[in-house]
Design a protein around this ligand. Structure first.
Ligand code: NAP
Length: 309
């Protein structure tokens, strides 16, 4: 089996995802040394207080020096600038990866900076919560979740195998995908649901005939589940929308068509159409529970630290 351990790992960005990776690296003994860097002095200090690594660097360029694995965990819109900053300091033979929620844009931003001899393999763990920052991370976030790697066709297969082994050591199952395909899949399973949630919570907030206290008081009837998604990090989701524009617009167009169909069925009292759709969708929920991606408990089985994609 391919070794998942690296002598030196650099974590650039230490929010929810970066700090969860740090917890797992420690728990699984996956690095000789973990060097951490983040944009702000406040977050860096917090990472140090939490004991997430072995060394802490205000400069990302300094943190990646001599690292065998570099994991960039910043909002996708910042990927290009981070790559430009660290690229000249990457060690030959190092693996450079990221965790961003969009892949074609991240690759377009980062790949041009990557020097020859460095293995750039973009990735995306399908796990998260609506919380952000270094305090939000925890060991085990990635356990039982998928991680999608989107290596370019010319990627070094040994490096891909090492990165795969690393994610497997974190408890993930790993798939490989073409970046454009990843962006389409995630547009429907993650990006659209978040956009719908932001929209519905915004609509409720704008209503004049229903008071805010009523929306909150009766939220357990369905609204509450949207508010969890709509509480996700604004910077992260702004960047996802801006950096997966085409796939999201394509899915939104499909969604609008289907919504119009549903609207028409309601207008015309077409109970059969409504019943058929609601039966079909219930089966999808059952498949998700059967695949181990959620529990079948009432209330969607939500509890503290429950993971989402
Ligand atoms: P987070 O908790 O908000 O942490 C963001 C990190 O990026 C912090 O270290 C922050 O630094 C740094 N950062 C923010 N803006 C930056 C900029 N303009 N330039 C350089 N660094 C910057 O975010 P996260 O949830 O860990 O998300 C990180 C990445 O993981 C994103 O690309 C996101 O798409 C992806 N992802 C998120 C989830 C999820 O559910 N949250 C799931 C899978 C993948 P300071 O605090 O020092 O400013």
């Amino acid at each position: 089996m391919m070794a998942a351990r690296f002598d030196r790992i650099a974590l650039i960005g230490i929010g929810l995802i970066g700090s969860s990776i740090a917890h797992d690296i420690r728990a699984e003994g996956l690095a000789g040394h973990v060097a951490i860097s983040t944009r702000s002095a406040g977050t860096l200090k917090r990472a140090e207080e939490l004991g997430l690594g072995d060394s802490y660097h205000a400069s990302a360029a300094e943190a990646v020096r001599d690292a065998d694995l570099v994991v960039v965990s910043v909002p996708v819109g910042a990927s290009g600038a981070v790559a430009a900053e660290i690229a000249p300091h990457l060690k030959t033979g190092a693996i450079l990866t990221d965790v961003g929620s969009t892949k074609a844009s991240v690759i377009a931003q980062m790949a041009p900076h990557v020097p020859p001899g460095v293995h750039f393999i973009a990735g995306h763990p399908i796990a998260g919560t609506e919380h952000s920052g270094p305090d939000a991370g925890f060991a085990g976030l990635f356990r039982g979740r998928w991680c999608i790697l989107t290596p370019l066709p010319e990627a070094d297969r040994d490096a891909v195998a090492r990165l795969r082994a690393f994610w497997e050591a974190l408890g993930s199952r790993v798939d490989e995908m073409d970046p454009a395909h990843h962006d389409k899949v995630l547009a429907i399973v993650s990006h659209l649901p978040h956009i719908i949630a932001y929209n519905i919570v915004g609509t409720a907030d704008d209503l004049e005939t229903v008071t805010e206290s009523e929306v909150i008081k009766y939220s357990a009837s369905g609204f509450r589940d949207f508010t969890r998604l709509a509480a996700s990090d604004p910077t992260m989701w702004r960047d996802v929308c801006l950096h997966n524009k085409d796939a999201i617009l394509e899915m939104l167009a499909r969604f609008s068509e289907d919504l119009a169909y549903l609207q028409r069925a309601i207008r015309w009292g077409d109970g059969e159409k409504l019943f058929d759709l609601f039966t079909r969708t219930r089966a999808i929920r059952r498949s998700i529970v059967e695949a181990g991606q959620d529990t079948g408990l009432p209330d969607f089985g939500r509890h503290a630290g429950d993971a989402k994609g």
